[in-house]
Design a protein around this ligand. Structure first.
Ligand SMILES: Cc1cc2nc3c(=O)[nH]c(=O)nc-3n(C[C@H](O)[C@H](O)[C@H](O)COP(=O)(O)OP(=O)(O)OC[C@H]3O[C@@H](n4cnc5c(N)ncnc54)[C@H](O)[C@@H]3O)c2cc1C
Length: 288
């Protein structure tokens, strides 16, 4: 279907984009890569009178080093994030997740910030961002504020970004030297995950005597928002890197989750998947 008619503006600064948002209010919608918004418009699930395109704001693109964190601009396309050396070195969990995200066409158009702002519970970037303790920098007419990942994902397709605000960048604390794996379960290639697990771990000790020093694990599509598998994280710390220890901890992966039931699988099936994928992800992240 063809979207309803709209007017279009493409500002070149965040300030001008915020001014346009303030001017057009409820009648405006931001577009980033358009990979989620355009289908919505084409299905006429939304019919904004104004589209504010962030694509010409250069300051929103790119990855930079900021001391103890790396910073990813909201308009950075997935393909750039996935091949960036800073991301690979300090937040390899993000790079691993991007490898599994959609197909090459979507990865070239879709953006890091757009995917997180869209907050689809099956989106592949929420769980890594949560597991890594990302911070979301949000600009509004009153200035800029920073929201922790724990507070950013509010509900299904709902984040802490206000109607009159723009996500400008995401700060990810460096976890240099940590192992990372994104285990995504799909029926066919390039599908959205039925369930996925984002695991990153820091292991100490020598071969044959290695233990989990730290573990951070995020779950995709196990509730209306990305979730941390905190029971697994707590159970892993101090344990040896062995199949038995990881299996015992991973059995807790579905604790506190509320997975959906749909044609791809019911809630119990997803709970089972979460334990299996967590075991695989943690062992792989630990290099076991
Ligand atoms: C065929 C297909 C398959 C896909 N498969 C997957 C998949 O397997 N895994 C996955 O994770 N994703 C998948 N996606 C979605 C993809 O990741 C999109 O890139 C993402 O969901 C939206 O990013 P975007 O830049 O295109 O945002 P847009 O579609 O432009 O915007 C999405 C929403 O976020 C808002 N928004 C965008 N940027 C900002 C901002 N800076 N500040 C405030 N609000 C903002 C918009 O107003 C809109 O409501 C798929 C998409 C398609 C079309």
């Amino acid at each position: 279907m063809i979207p309803a008619a709209f007017d279009y503006v493409a500002p070149t600064t965040v300030e001008d984009a915020l001014a346009a948002l303030a001017q057009y209010g409820d009648e405006a919608k931001i577009i980033a890569g358009g990979q989620s918004l355009l289908p919505v418009l084409r299905m006429r699930l939304n019919a904004p009178e104004w589209i504010i395109d962030l694509g010409r704001i250069e300051s929103l693109r790119g990855v930079r080093d900021d001391g103890d964190a790396i910073v990813i601009g909201a308009m950075t396309p997935h393909v750039v994030v996935g091949s960036d050396p800073l991301v690979a070195e300090h937040a390899s969990l993000v790079a691993k997740a991007v490898e599994h995200l959609a197909d090459a066409q979507v990865r070239h158009r879709g953006t890091f910030g757009g995917a997180l702002a869209h907050a689809d519970p099956a989106g592949d970037l929420g769980a890594p961002a949560l597991a890594l303790g990302a911070e979301f920098v949000i600009a509004g007419s009153g200035g800029t504020r920073t929201v922790a990942a724990d507070d950013f994902f509010v509900d299904l397709f709902e984040t802490a970004i206000g109607e009159d605000e723009i996500l400008t960048e995401v700060r990810i604390p460096k976890r240099t030297g940590w192992g990372a794996t994104y285990e995504k379960f799909v029926r066919v290639a390039h599908q959205w995950p039925i369930v996925a697990v984002a695991a990153t771990v820091r292991v100490e000790g020598q071969a044959g005597d290695r233990v989990f020093a730290e573990a951070r694990i995020g779950l995709t599509n196990m509730g209306s928002t990305p979730l941390r598998a905190r029971a697994v994280e707590d159970a892993l710390v101090g344990q040896p890197v062995t199949d038995d220890a990881v299996r015992t901890a991973a059995a807790l992966a579905a604790d506190g989750t509320n997975p959906p039931s749909d044609l791809n699988g019911d809630a119990d099936y997803r709970r089972h998947l979460a334990t299996v994928l967590t075991r695989r992800a943690v062992l792989d992240a630990a290099g076991a």
